[in-house]
Design a protein around this ligand. Structure first.
Ligand code: FES
Length: 168
């Protein structure tokens, strides 16, 4: 009787096979690196690393003119980068203004202001995550809220933003 062909038999779908020796060598090496680093294995999230690279603790001020679209209305605006500062997204919901890194937490694509008050991953990325004005995930694939920054309103309507992740 002829054996049934499976997907795993096609070269393009073949799963690499490891010998027992290869497997033990790699897992032992990874274990030693983890133990040497801090005593237990640590998972590194590359998007978190990018965010932490932007969040250098410096303070930036978003001018009132940039925030004009939010005067008296809920929604969000994208704030272009000035100097060495990262670009931001500032949103307003029920009078509460918040600033976020302009970085989708799924795979670090830029964000855009949605016309419905949401914050959306840029369409060129093709993944489609959507966040609320509070930075919470409304639709995935993203699983993590936006990187919120410490911010406070200034006299004259400007927003002072400290580049420090407040929900990290
Ligand atoms: S990078 Fe934003 S949804 Fe994938």
């Amino acid at each position: 009787m002829m054996a049934k062909r499976t997907d795993l038999e096609e070269p393009s779908r073949r799963v690499p096979t490891w010998s027992r020796r290869d497997f033990l060598a790699v897992t032992a090496g990874a274990g030693l690196v983890g133990i040497a680093a801090c005593g237990k294995p640590k998972t590194v999230n590359p998007v978190q690393q990018i965010a932490e690279g932007f969040a250098n603790g410096e303070t930036t001020v978003v001018p009132a003119a940039t925030l004009e679209p939010l005067n008296g209305a809920d929604g969000s605006v994208v704030v272009p980068a000035a100097g060495t500062a990262p670009s931001l997204v500032v949103s307003r919901r029920d009078g509460k203004v918040q600033a976020f890194l302009n970085l989708c937490t799924h795979a670090a694509c830029p964000l855009v202001a949605g016309s419905d008050g949401t914050i959306r991953c840029h369409q060129d990325c093709g993944h489609g995550s959507v966040y609320s004005a509070e930075g919470e995930v409304v639709r995935g694939p993203s699983l993590r809220p936006l990187f919120r920054l410490q911010s406070s309103s200034e006299d004259g309507g400007a927003l002072k933003v400290k580049l420090k992740i407040a929900n990290g």
